[in-house]
Ligand binder design. Structure first.
Ligand code: KG4
Ligand code: ZN
Length: 350
């Protein structure tokens, strides 16, 4: 161990016993360069520089372009987060950085920047799992939420239900067998000519649409909490192609509305089945698709009917951000995570 690593290991032990300390959190796993400063679980700043406009013309995230733009943005975003939080560099006691899953080159930018920053300040750095960040973001706003709880996570790369016992103990109860929910939103948007990212576009486009496009209800077998999105996506492709071949106009608002209804329906159904099966009285929602208004409305309605409390983070904490990485770091430290060594590397498949 280097002298810095020894010092970090000791410092983490000290933080473990502290109620509140300043954390600088960095996230760069996909197309948002983000940094936040937290004091314990209180968010002091949450800066996000989005690359959506850059990737839009390609219809999706181009990994190499994402990495290059993270390099250009990261210093400014971190500086701004620190400035807005009103803290001095010398007051920051921990750096947390997303080290996976995500795009390798994109992750590497955050990890390298974080390590250099931590080394320069002589403070520990810990690598954080992006998915756990999404889930634990709920603690930033829901003070009454406690472990264990059930969480529906739906993002661009993942769709799962977890029983959450802590940062280091999340039991997967079901997951998608093919596309992630967000990925399906993005692909269907592209099929009907809407720009990237498809989720918010479909949501907007569905307004005023009718539920009149017949899409299949995927059959996944009995007694499973798994998801499947490729069948619904293929049905949309077939619907659009058939209409084209017959020279018929399609109403894209109706397609968006019908797809959203099916996609959200499966998320809600599985989440409530899981709660019923395991006897949970609360469900937390996480991930980019959690920003979808229809999903938010449906979970709340169903929650009221079934007497299950629904925890929805504000939309800005659903999509990628730095604060969620800080929240996860806070719990990771409490649970005894070790400081990362300087060999900390990006792990795209974490
Ligand atoms: O969590 P996130 O920001 O990044 C990943 O970790 O993947 O999720 C991004 C995904 C994208 O697929 C995007 O289309 C989807 O979340 N999304 C939405 C909405 N906002 C973002 N999907 C449906 N409705 C939305 N309002
Ligand atoms: Zn994410």
């Amino acid at each position: 161990m280097t002298e810095y690593e020894l010092k970090s290991a000791k410092k983490i032990e000290e933080l473990r016993r502290k109620e509140e300390y300043y954390i600088l959190a960095i996230e760069s796993s996909c197309d948002e360069t983000a940094a936040a400063v937290l004091k314990g679980k209180t968010v002091l700043s949450n800066e996000i520089s989005s690359q959506i406009e850059i990737h839009k013309r390609f219809g999706g995230v181009v990994p190499e372009i994402a990495s290059r733009n993270h390099v250009l943005a990261i210093k400014g975003v971190v500086d701004e987060a620190i400035k807005k939080a009103g803290v001095k560099l010398s007051e920051i006691e921990l750096i947390a950085v997303t080290y996976g899953p995500g795009l390798q080159g994109a992750l590497l930018v955050g990890v390298s920047f974080g390590k250099a920053f931590a080394y320069a300040l002589g403070i520990p750095i810990i690598g954080i799992d992006h998915i756990k960040g999404h889930i634990l973001a709920n603690f930033l706003v829901h003070r009454d939420l406690k472990f264990p709880f059930l969480c529906l996570l739906a993002s661009g790369g993942h769709t799962c239900i977890y029983e959450v016992n802590g940062y280091s103990d999340m039991k997967e109860l079901g997951k998608t067998r093919d596309d992630a929910a967000g990925e399906a939103f993005d692909k269907v948007a592209r099929i009907i000519g809407l720009p990237y990212p498809g989720g918010p576009q479909i949501e907007k486009h569905a307004e005023g649409g009718k539920l009149n496009v017949n899409l299949p209800r995927p059959y996944k077998g009995e007694d499973t909490l798994d998801f499947s999105y490729s069948g619904i996506k293929t049905a949309v492709i077939n619907y659009v192609r058939n209409a084209e071949q017959r020279g018929q106009e399609i109403n894209t608002h109706d397609v968006a509305k019908s797809f959203q209804d099916r996609a959200v329906g499966m998320l809600v159904e599985n989440a409530f089945s899981a709660a019923e099966k395991l006897g949970y009285k609360e469900i937390a929602v996480a991930g980019g698709v959690g920003a979808n208004s229809e999903l938010r409305k449906k979970t709340e309605e169903e929650g009221k009917k079934k007497n299950i409390k629904i925890y929805l983070p504000p939309k800005i904490l659903c999509t990628d951000n730095g604060a969620m990485i800080g929240a996860a770091a806070y719990y990771a430290v409490r649970e005894g995570i070790s400081a990362s060594m300087l060999s900390l590397d990006a792990n795209p498949d974490l």
